[in-house]
Each structure stands twice: as C-alpha cells, then as structure tokens.
Design a binder for this molecule. Structure first.
Ligand code: GLY
Ligand code: MN
Ligand code: MN
Length: 432
C-alpha cells in the first residue's frame, strides 16, 4: 500500500517543474476545555502519504533525483503513555516509504535549505494565514543568502491545483473504499427505515445511523447527519434533529459515513407511517423520476451539467403539473421560477471530502465526465407555505441522493443498497 502513496508523490513531483512542494497535515482542533475534536487528517496530505499522525508535513523536491521527505513528531515515551503510539521519523520513513524523515522541530531550518536554488515553492496558498507568513519568511531567509550565490524561489504556487486534479480521478483501490463506505451508509438508511415510528425523536433515528456506521468500522459521519421530519425537511441544512416525528410526516435523512478517509453521501425520504399517500406521494414520484433521469445522464463523455439539466426538466414538468410553476419547461428554465422549490444544484464531486476537490469547469465550459470521477446525484423539492401554493403541498421537503462512479462504459451507483422506489421502501418498512 505504501507503494500507492509513493507513486502518487512521484506523479505530483513530475508535474511540478523545478520546485519544492510543502503539504502540511491538518492541525488538532480544540473543542472546549481540555477536549479536542476527533482528529481528522488533511485529505490531500493523507492521499499522498497514508500517514495518520498530526504535526506532520510532507516535502517533495522535484528534479532528476526527486525526494520525498516527511517531518513528524519524535518518539516520546512519556507522551505515548498518555496519547498512544507515535512512529517517530525513523519508523515512519521505513514504514511509509519516504526517502528521509526528520523531527518536525527541524522543519523551518531544513526548509530554508531545501528551498535554495528551487524555482518555485508549491504549497496550499491562502489556506492558512500562518502558513502564508511562514513561507514568505522562509523565502526571505533564502533571499538573504543571494550574495553567496544562492537563488531564492521566484514563484509561489498553489499546490492544490495539481493535487485536486489527481484526487478527482479515483483509482480502483479508492473506488473499492467508496463502495464500502456507500454500503455501510445504505445499510444505515435501511435500518432507519425499519426503526422509525410515530412518537420517536429525530435524534433517536440519528443514533441508529451512527451506531450502524460505527459498528462497521466507520467511526465518523462524513458530515453532520440531517434527520428532518415534516416541515424541517424544507430547511436544507437542518441539523437540530430534536423534533418528535408524527405518523403523517415524511422523514428526510441525509447521512453518510466516512470509511478509511472516504465519504459517502446518501439522502432518502420516506413516510414515518410506512405508506406514501396523497400529495406527498405525487411529489415523491416526481423527485424520483428526476433523479433516475439525472443518473441516466451521468455517462462518460456527457458534461458535468447534463445530469442537472436532465433533473431540472423533469422537476419543472412536475412543478407545472402540481400548479407550482406557470409557463413551459423552457420558459421556466429561463426565468428561474423553479428555484423557489429547487434551489440547489443536482450534485457535487465526492471523494475524501464530501464536497470533494476538482474543478467543475475547464476553459469556462462544464467539463466532461470521465471514468474514475465520482459524483452525487441529488435532486429535491422543498415547498414552503405560501398563498400561491396549494395547501396540500405545504411543508413537503423531499430529496433523493445517490453516489455515482463514472466507468468506461457507463456508471456504477455505489449506493443502490438503500431502497428508493415507493414499493421497495414500503415493503422494507412493512417487514416485521
Ligand atoms: N450532505 C451534503 C450534501 O448532500 O451535499
Ligand atoms: Mn451531497
Ligand atoms: Mn447529502
């Protein structure tokens, strides 16, 4: 496995020209008092190293003999009694396949030497003010040595442009991890459907999801779970999750686990009472039809925007049928009146981050979908009370979201373990 990371580092170095890249891991974050947030590595750092410890920095030097150098915490038996094992530079070098490794305390001194005579410094520019200052200060130090014939780097560049493009295309190993993350999350959604009942609180359903994630080795959700009953589903980022559910409510759950650094992102909407009825069923069928049409458009060679446009056309026809919008599909697309009920886009890249890195446009045009890209497909409909809205539709909020990997010949829906047709959901919920 360390070979995979070494190959990624080499590929990055080969794209750099003459330069040095500095990629810091994420800092530990204080939550309150003496309690920290659970530590989460920086995705790009981990993508290039597989090294899990905080207080670490990767340095890559390009050229004829490219070097890959890790700076990390030293062994410290006293601290290890309290906080657990640390590799220390020597074991880290050996285990993770770096050319060399040094204590993190030596970082500035070594960087000032490594920057000498390089043309460019690549780092996550603008991501952190402290790092911006540090890079300028170190460059200044090298600059002071010009009289002794040393050249300071002329250029500072954002290393993320290169890494993000690499991360956008998932290899077979990454797809396998995402498949597993998706399967765990799908199983959590099935469990929520079987658990839910009138009188339960949203947080009780959330507890079912989290338990299913954790017991499968996915200790953390990829983002805060949305468990939104009834009108709460019309709040796009609802995370209070503290309301009591009624039999007549639809329940919207947007929840996905992170598994070994990879996110999943699933939304399902289903009736607390176990049966879709009336206007809620009508709206559900429209959103589902839009989602299926959008998934059909997620094909290699199609543009990033095609699934969104496909979903919009179905949704808009539905909004006309429900008397929410007036005009023709084209006129409503043009005037944007559909945005009152569908105000977000139909998806985003998915990977180590839930809203993953990667450009959506190239040369000002939506880019093409290519094998290895993974995206979500998540149309919805959110109807708030208003005088011009039929009363039966008030407070209906529905979204259906799957994770889709683009393949050579089409696509793979990673999350199809979570039921979404009316029949499949009702059947699962009706099981004893
Ligand atoms: N759960 C975040 C999103 O769907 O984009
Ligand atoms: Mn999403
Ligand atoms: Mn989501």
């Amino acid at each position: 496995m360390s070979d995979t990371y070494a190959k990624r580092r080499l590929r990055l170095t080969q794209q750099m020209g003459s330069g040095i890249a500095i990629i810091p891991n994420a800092p530990e974050m204080r939550r309150n008092g003496d309690a920290d947030y659970p530590y989460r590595f920086d995705s790009s750092f981990y993508y290039l190293t597989g090294f899990p410890e905080p207080e670490s920095v990767l340095v890559l030097v390009s050229g004829d003999a490219p070097q890959s150098i890790l700076f990390c915490r030293e062994k410290d038996i006293e601290r290890e009694i309290w906080d657990g094992y640390r590799h220390g530079p020597e074991a880290a070098r050996e285990h993770f396949g770096f050319d060399s490794a040094h204590p993190i305390s030596e970082l500035d001194q070594q960087l000032a030497l490594l920057m000498e005579n390089q043309e460019a410094v690549y780092y996550p520019m603008g991501a952190d003010a402290g790092w911006d200052q540090r890079m300028l200060r170190l460059r200044e130090e090298v600059q002071k040595k010009t009289r002794s014939g040393v050249r300071a780097p002329d250029e500072m560049r954002d290393v993320r442009a290169l890494i993000n493009e690499m991360r956008l295309f998932k290899d077979a190993h990454e797809i396998a991890l995402m498949r597993r993350a998706a399967a765990i999350s799908a199983s959590a959604h099935r469990r929520a459907m079987q658990f839910v009942r009138a009188g339960a609180y949203e947080y009780e359903v959330e507890a079912e999801l989290l338990h299913e994630f954790c017991r499968n080795g996915a200790r953390h959700p990829a983002y805060t779970s949305i468990v939104a009953g009834g009108a709460n589903a019309c709040v796009l980022h609802y995370v209070a999750n503290d309301a009591k559910l009624k039999k007549s409510d639809l329940l919207l759950i947007d929840a996905g686990c992170e598994y070994r650094g990879y996110a999943s992102d699933i939304t399902r909407t289903f009736p607390v009472g176990g049966k879709f009825t009336g206007a809620k069923k009508d709206v559900y069928e429209i959103v589902l039809a839009a989602q299926l049409e959008a998934i059909r458009a997620a094909m290699p060679g199609n543009s990033w925007d095609d699934p969104h446009q496909a979903a919009l056309r179905v949704l808009i026809q539905g909004f006309m049928d429900l008397r929410l919008c007036k005009g023709t599909v084209d006129s409503i697309l043009e005037d944007g009146s559909y945005k009152k009920y569908y105000m977000h886009r139909t998806g985003h890249w998915l990977g180590m981050d839930v809203h993953d890195v990667g450009e959506y446009k190239s040369d000002e045009k939506w880019r093409s979908l290519e094998p290895g890209m993974v995206l979500t497909v998540e149309p919805g409909c959110y109807i708030r009370p208003a005088d011009d809205v039929p009363r039966a539709l008030w407070n209906i909020g529905i979204r259906i979201e799957d994770d889709v990997a683009i393949t050579g010949s089409g696509h793979e829906v990673l999350t199809d373990g979570a039921p979404k047709t009316v029949r499949d959901i009702e059947e699962l919920m009706g099981k004893p």
